[in-house]
Design a protein around this ligand. Sequence first.
Ligand SMILES: [Fe+2]
Length: 371
Amino acid sequence: MSRIQSVELHPRHVSATWSDGRASAFHHVWLRDNCPQLRHAQTGHRVVETSSIPLDIRPSGAVAAADGGIEVTWADGHVSSFPAEWLSRHDYSNGASRRRDEPNLWDGTYAPKVARISYQQLLDDPKALVGWIRAFRRDGVAFMTDMPNTEGTVAEVGERLGRVRDTSWGRVFDVKSIANANSVAYTSLPLVLHTDEGYRDPAPTVQLQHFLVSEAEGGDATLVDGFRVADELRRTAPDKFRLLCETELSFEFVDSDIVLENHAPLIELDVSGEVREVRFSNHSCQPFLLPADRMEAFYGAYTAFGAMREDPRFRIQVPMGAGEMYMVNNRRVMHGRTGFTKGGNRHLQSCYIELDELYGRLAILERAVGA
Ligand SMILES: [Fe+2]
């Protein structure tokens, strides 16, 4: 671990030279704002209001400390001690920024590589569970096998991975297809690829889909990495990509009990311009309303994305048997199913959990297994 060897006080910043030769600079106001001794001992939360710190605050002294960090003395007598490891990790003068989880973009060849875990491993193998959730964070999709074929299991699994989100559909909702059904509700038609609940704000971020009965022939799960499709569109048709990022769409769900509405683009970017969300929910999308001179170009972009998502080059198709489950990142991976070729009963149960709770559980599990 590199140590700080020398420190110099400048009018607006403290400069430091590290034992590996690196040079860093930390602004006075930033040092005061991030003083470790002005944080809550248990939570690490800030206890001094940032906006109360004078922008021209200046230390009366700054030295390289014996432990390799920096010790800053302020005009009011307060002393701040910054450990070397902490300064190195937050060294914004050398480009430190938030650590991002790099998504692994996948295509139609990826099916055999999607992470799998058994229900038993979920219960008693925390190391395997850590690997499985990490793979999900990277890929946006993961499978579970050998689950009990009992109703409600999906919620039990959801509670182990996070917290089940109760929506107007309830905590758990059923999808049933019955052989020779006379109701359109029990359709055996293909289901085009989509993300769920585009009309909610926020939309659920993780969907768990458990297959309890799967006797029909066909009806394979189809899954597409929306980030991969967006990436391809960005490289091959940047104008179309930009239109999908800049055009707000409206999504709506209406029945006698509830009206749900959300307005957002198909592709959402973060502040660095990386794709943070793909929302493709054609069935609930309302008429496009945009300036007349952009309408046809927008249709061109929307249909290009729509066609790419159904292209077998990007789509994985997986037969799902009873006792199996897939989990998808609903901000990234679109799901659907092929049509049934031969009738038979089918019963799925789904629930939603949230990414932050899932990754929060992962952090605790990682601590527990020392990973
Ligand atoms: Fe769905």
